[in-house]
Design a protein around this ligand. Structure first.
Ligand code: UDP
Length: 214
């Protein structure tokens, strides 16, 4: 794709990820942080794959001046997620609507900062409209941080579910905390900041899943 972008002089976006920070030792994470990634763990193919993609994008920029943009996308959710997507927001909502057990991996004390899809899209559009000298990487996420157990309790309450919360084993190398520093996005993307906070976004997403799940 980078070769094609070079040939036809296209602008190209790398949808990178907060996973490049691994299990971060600094909090919140800013773009200067190089991350804390296990190169040989169960999550490594994703983390290192995305890190390598960022490297290749930068090399095409350094060597060939390809018009690249790198967005580090933090946990994003919203309507039209697949019910079997497997990520936490869709899992919890689908389980709650069906009154099935809510599966927390670990003790639920790990944190994530959840971004509603519309905020991400606005950020990406603004990023694509920046000048060619701005490559990123730039964090695009919502800094409002929640424990996974808080998310579970919120979803149960908002769906009036009879679901029980159960605890399963924690996958290896599951990051303990994650929260974006979005100062760079705010500065470079015309004052961009997330507009939809978790309660409102969950409400829209619950509404969607109720409409597709009998
Ligand atoms: N998680 C959970 N139950 C689930 C799915 C995920 O407790 O049914 C946890 C998972 O272990 C992680 C967090 O929720 O700590 C976010 O997981 P997700 O896969 O959504 O995103 P990522 O780990 O890539 O940030």
């Amino acid at each position: 794709m980078l070769g094609l972008a070079k040939r036809i002089k296209a602008k190209i976006l790398q949808a990178s990820t907060s996973e490049v920070y691994g299990d971060p030792k600094i909090h919140p994470q800013n773009e200067e942080y190089w991350g804390n990634v296990n190169p040989v763990g169960r999550r490594s193919c994703y983390d290192e794959g995305k890190r390598c993609a960022e490297t290749l994008f930068m090399d095409y920029y350094f060597q060939n001046k390809v018009k690249i943009k790198i967005a580090r996308i933090f946990n994003t959710y919203g309507p039209r997620m697949h019910p079997n997507d497997g990520r936490v927001v869709s899992n919890f909502i689908v389980q709650a609507i069906q009154n099935k057990d809510i599966t927390i991996y670990g003790d639920g004390s790990q944190t994530r900062s959840f971004q509603y899809i519309d905020d991400l899209l606005e950020g990406l559009i603004r990023l694509m409209n920046t000048g060619d000298d701005f490559t990123g990487p730039v964090n695009i996420g919502n800094p409002n941080e929640f424990k996974i157990i808080e998310l579970a309790e919120k979803v149960v309450k908002m769906t009036n579910s009879k679901s029980k919360i159960v605890f399963k084993s924690l996958p290896s190398d599951d990051p303990t905390q994650r929260k974006p520093n979005i100062s760079l996005a705010n500065k470079m993307l015309n004052g961009w900041e997330p507009k939809i906070q978790l309660d409102e976004g969950l409400d829209k997403t619950i509404h969607y899943f109720k409409s597709i799940i009998k």
